[in-house]
Design a protein around this ligand. Sequence first.
Ligand SMILES: *Cc1c(COP(=O)(O)O)cnc(C)c1O
Length: 406
Amino acid sequence: MAIKLPIYMDYHATTPLDPRVLDAMMPYLTTKFGNAASRNHSFGWEAEEAVETARKQIADLIGANAKEIIFTSGATESNNLALKGVAEMYAERGNHIITAATEHKAILDTCKRLEKHGCRVTYLPVTASGLIDLDMLRESITDKTILVSIMYANNEIGVIQPVAEIGKICKQKGVLFHCDGVQAVGKVPVNVIQDNIDLLSLSGHKIYGPKGVGALYVRRRNPRVQVTALMDGGGHERGMRSGTLNVPGIAGLGEACALCRKEMAEESARLGALRDKLKDRLAASLDEVYINGTMESRLPNNLNISFAFVEGESLLMGINDIAVSSGSACTSATLEPSYVLKALGAGDDIAHSSIRFGLGRFTTEEEVDYVADKVIDVVRKLRELSPLYEMFKEGVDLSKVQWAAH
Ligand SMILES: *Cc1c(COP(=O)(O)O)cnc(C)c1O
């Protein structure tokens, strides 16, 4: 069977809608168009029923109670609501927040904003594994600390933080724990009770649901957590997030969670085997390849790998029938290497030559074979053109070469 090009292998950026999710959404995009806040007629009631079904489906996936789920426009909003909402609600207790250098921009930029408004933020470094140091976390907590925000799994390198241990430390110290669970929820088991998570962000479009819908779990007991709203008007979602609910999106998010819950174990095993096949084939055929972040604690669908002596942009161009992302992905006009890889201690060359492969529900073994063949072929060709690679093969220690100044 001929393979269909281009191949999508960027499932950390977004995922296609599962057709079963679309089926669950269709009625609410067409005949069942009611406003979930309309209390006086059946149009409103059926919309409300769809929302409450979804709330339960999401809660069931993360070990929460349905009442603890707040709907948002996506994880960027969930992260903003968690951080800004806690900072304002608990301002009398303290103004210190702890996060990590490798968090998503939706956390880091929110922290920067909070710093402008009088918060103090500690950005924990990570080791070469990509994981935070638990002793360092413990030592960073002061009597002014109100919140620790550490992601479950990283969107670039897929490493899974020791979330249960982080939750335990936060509980012992009486500090709230927010977790950006976007990449982990639906891929690996997440349980807010076992992990002592107080607030958890998730997003529809990373789990085969629609874009523009997400949720924030806000713990209701042990302790009861409250966040100040970012959005006022009408008091929807227990006052924490006003605005008419996106009923079709929410129905889709609910169905997406139900499917993940049902199929996660099998799907993760399949993707882990495909990811390992890709990794093993690349490592067997190419020298000087480096895996970024630990393989010991990692999402099954992620492979982030650097090809020394190859320029990331040239590699991307050479494999332009494969959709992946690169650690040197141009943010605006500048070629700025990934801050995540730099936080691991990677040099600019390694960061610039990295590729993130994100496998997903619709990835096939044929696609993995095609991608492995193509990447091996292109890396070999690019290295044939590389004087540095030639010198390296001749045994020249490149770190000791004195480059002529121009
Ligand atoms: C995609 C992503 C987000 C942002 O989610 P949106 O729903 O697109 O706003 C936040 N955190 C992580 C880790 C992500 O991967």
